[in-house]
Design a protein around this ligand. Structure first.
Ligand SMILES: CSCC[C@H](NC=O)C(=O)O
Ligand SMILES: [Zn+2]
Ligand SMILES: [Zn+2]
Length: 422
């Protein structure tokens, strides 16, 4: 196990600024957005960038940072990063999750180090370096620091894209977070999966625990669970056979079951309950047919004939406003794709085949507006530790990422073809 390194208190460097941001506790359930916004804003101001705070929901601020380009009539570039993190269990970490300790081998341990506070600072550091080199952007570049991504974004990015402030940004291309790459190729994501929360409920006659009868609530629920498990296995088989990635199939995973008649010592054991319910996390890739899924749920997973009801919470859009799947093209039809690819290669990076992200990000709200979005976090040679214990990022990977964003930001902001009609 690696040792602590005490960073010099007076040190001011990209890594120390990253550490300072990591030490701000923006983990749910009580994220300190005020401190995060204050810190990021002071960084942006120090670099000489324009800042604006938007508060669509009280206590949930969004920081917008702007570097004006020479031609404000061209669609702008938006770089997005969420300020919140998932919680951490300190006792399961080798270093405290908000210490941002850097070990002697250069690993910076913190909740949010990969997801996604790294890109928050890398955007700013890249712009700092470009400004120091007197680079002048043609297109305006914005950075949005948004709240609540980890809890679905309805008070964050969802409100932002609906605002007049967002419209005025005239965003032509956006970048959002991606995921770490254990190998030496950068990963890029052209779509997310759409998240649904599904709760199925069964009702039935209560009865003595000893009695066999049809249509008890538990029997009805368990039949559904069996059918859903078979569906889950059919999807997982495709993945196990190597025919599709995890993110390309529909996942359905049980997250809670709730049934039984409570007693002071647990549950009444000789009573069959009259109600039972279970909750599932569903993720639909953009290729999935949401209507077919809704029918499957109504007819097979929670049919009225088994005394079942259900509730689907669709967390965000599943199609764009013209009814197309939420996907960003990674071919010649999307001129930004070529610019992105060239910028990665100019930075000496290799790119793996574009992927669908298995999880879900704020990008879906912008894709709904038909804005092209690529998910990208420049973390190669890094184990995937988002939401895990001992999340870390190596200092060298972090520093290299700044260079990659310098290349990306200069290329994207210099891109002259007018794509505003797309
Ligand atoms: C219901 S939207 C939640 C978004 C969340 N994002 C990251 O983990 C996710 O669960 O994928
Ligand atoms: Zn994230
Ligand atoms: Zn996350």
């Amino acid at each position: 196990q690696s040792q602590y390194v005490d960073d010099e208190p007076d040190q001011d460097s990209p890594v120390s600024r990253f550490q300072r941001y990591l030490r701000i506790k923006t983990a749910h359930p009580d994220p300190d957005y005020a401190s995060a916004v204050a810190f990021l804003r002071s960084q942006a101001q120090e670099i000489g960038l324009h800042t604006q705070i938007l508060e669509f929901v009280t206590g949930k601020p969004l920081l917008l940072v702007t570097w004006y380009g020479l031609d404000p009539s061209l669609p702008s570039i938006l770089l997005n990063s969420h300020m919140d993190s998932v919680p951490a269990e300190p006792s399961k970490w080798v270093h405290p999750p908000f210490s941002a300790v850097r070990t002697s081998d250069g690993k910076i341990f913190a909740r949010g180090s990969q997801d996604d506070k790294c890109i928050a600072i890398q955007y700013l550091e890249a712009i700092r370096n470009l400004r120091n080199r007197d680079f002048v952007p043609v297109r305006t570049i914005h950075i949005s620091y948004v709240p609540d991504e980890e809890i679905g974004g309805s008070d964050g990015a969802a409100k932002f894209v609906q605002s007049k402030e967002f419209k005025e940004l005239n965003v032509g291309f956006m970048m959002d977070e991606g995921q770490a790459s254990p190998g030496d190729e950068f990963r890029v994501f052209y779509a997310d999966r759409s998240p649904w929360s599904l709760i199925i409920k069964a009702k039935g006659s209560p009865g003595h625990g000893s009695r066999m009868y049809d249509n008890s609530a538990m029997e009805n629920l368990m039949k559904s669970v069996e059918i859903m498990t078979r569906f889950r296995e059919s999807q997982f088989e495709i993945v196990k056979a190597g025919e599709a990635a995890n993110s390309e199939v529909i996942s359905v995973n049980p997250v809670f079951v709730n049934a039984g008649t409570p007693s002071p010592t647990g549950f009444v054991m000789n009573m069959q309950p009259s109600e039972a319910e279970a909750g599932f996390d569903l993720r639909l890739p953009p290729t999935a047919d949401p209507d077919a899924m809704r029918r499957r749920i109504a007819e097979e997973w929670a049919p009225a004939r088994r005394n079942m009801t259900y509730q689907i919470l669709e967390k965000g859009p599943i199609r764009d406003y013209l009814g197309s799947p939420l996907m960003t093209m990674t071919n010649a039809s999307n001129p930004w794709w070529a610019v992105f690819k060239a910028a990665i290669s100019d930075a000496g990076g290799k790119l793996s085949k574009p992927e669908i992200l298995a999880t879900t990000t704020d990008a879906r709200f912008m894709r709904q507006m038909r804005i092209p979005v690529l998910g990208f976090s420049p973390m190669i040679n890094t184990p995937i530790l988002l939401h895990d214990h001992n999340e870390f990022l190596s200092d060298s990977v972090f520093i290299r990422g700044i260079k990659v964003y310098e290349s990306l930001i200069s290329a994207l902001s210099s891109f002259q073809e007018d794509v505003s009609s797309q």
